[in-house]
Write a protein that binds this ligand. Structure first.
Ligand SMILES: Cc1ncc(COP(=O)(O)O)c(C=O)c1O
Length: 364
């Protein structure tokens, strides 16, 4: 079976893990500090604070920005459910918006949902493609809102000359094993140029302590581990190579699938660098998507749907009232199909995937 994603593990990563084991220091130590510094330098922010996962990066960012109960946060419905959880765990109210043709928050739809309770915008750089930050910044300035970027799928993606995670007040990253940069376990990072946000996130991730036995705030245990940091540093050193490989696979798929009627390859927003965390194609309807998915499974190709249930329709959201109608998000849920993409995908595997898709359409 060709998997949807596959982790790259090098001998340097394994050796680094063993060095941490020998060091006897396991949580928030020198490897974490070095990973934070290297990550901040890569993203182009003054600070990077390592936390337990992407979800806690969002939660702690919003708490640091002073979100209070009832505060509304504009967020696209089409994202991983943890984006929504991060807002809720910080005490905010997610106000779900529709997405544009790139799968990112639609600035016009977001603008129509601004109320006097709106405090911020949480764009998601979905699939590894950057959201329309120019339009979102204009919206934020008009209503004096903050922007927190969900970069969990977009390590190294660029919007114009900036790397995502350096555009808003903070950027939130996940290092879960399927991500473009993984720490071979759970992990996350908050990037920011705001000294106060960095200080608060740093404090809250570790029980609000200012030193070993002094707690100046009621915080959490959302810390980061040394073994994960050691792996993360070696993954970060390879990230540009990983991105080049993902982009090469995407170009290969783009070219081979371009002529197929009833299939649309993913769009890269002009002026951005997409890092292809996923390669979601669009089909004409749900029946075709599901049939292609079954066909590819039989051909030994794993696929994914990101995401089959948009968050405004999730059962967990029922207590929050009648869901809005978000047609583009609902269409995306029904018609998108993610093909395998990862740095170690071989030419032969890419050809197998392409051949499987082509055969399906020949027999349509
Ligand atoms: C867009 C997005 N936001 C948030 C998250 C949450 O990250 P984590 O699983 O590290 O908590 C993920 C990954 O699951 C994600 O893809």
């Amino acid at each position: 079976m060709i998997p949807l994603s596959r982790v790259t593990v090098t001998p340097e990563m394994t050796a680094a893990i063993l060095e941490v084991v020998a060091s006897g220091r396991f949580i928030l130590g020198p490897e974490t500090k070095a990973f934070e510094n290297e990550f901040a330098a890569y993203i182009g922010t003054r600070h990077a604070v390592a936390v337990s996962q992407g979800t806690s990066a969002i939660q702690l960012s919003l708490i640091a920005l002073g979100v209070r109960p009832g505060d509304e946060v504009l967020v696209p419905s089409m994202t991983a459910f943890p984006t929504i959880e991060g807002i809720l765990h910080a005490g905010g109210k997610p106000v779900m918006t529709d997405v544009d043709r790139y799968g990112a928050i639609d600035p016009a739809d977001a603008a129509s949902r601004v109320t006097d309770k709106t405090v911020g915008i949480l764009p998601v750089h979905l699939y590894g493609g950057a959201a329309d930050m120019t339009a979102l910044r204009a919206l934020a300035e008009r209503h004096r809102l903050w922007i927190v970027e969900d970069c969990c799928q977009a390590h190294g993606a660029r919007f114009r000359e900036k790397t995502v995670g350096s555009v808003g007040r903070s950027g939130c990253f996940s290092f879960y094993p399927s991500k473009n940069l993984t720490v071979l376990g759970d992990g996350g990072m908050v990037t920011t140029n705001d000294d106060e946000v960095a200080r608060t996130v740093r404090l809250l991730r570790d029980h609000g302590r200012s030193d070993k036995y002094t707690h100046v705030a009621v915080g959490f245990n959302l810390r980061f581990n040394e073994i994960q940091a050691a792996v993360g540093r070696r993954q970060l050193a390879l990230l540009e190579t990983f991105i080049e490989k993902r982009r090469a696979v995407a170009r290969h798929y783009d070219t081979a699938l371009a002529g197929i009627e009833g299939l649309r390859t993913p769009l890269e927003r002009p002026g951005t660098r997409m890092v292809y965390h996923l390669y979601p194609i669009r089909l004409k309807d749900q029946a075709t998507r599901d049939a292609l998915r079954d066909h590819l499974t039989r051909a030994g190709v794993e696929t994914g749907v990101h995401y089959p249930i948009p968050n405004h329709l999730q059962p967990a959201m029922e207590p929050f009232g009648t869901p809005p109608s978000l047609p583009e998000s609902e269409a995306l849920a029904q018609t998108s199909l993610s093909l395998p993409i990862f740095p170690s995908l071989t030419e032969e595997e890419v050809e197998t995937v392409i051949g499987g898709v082509q055969l399906f359409f020949e027999n349509e």
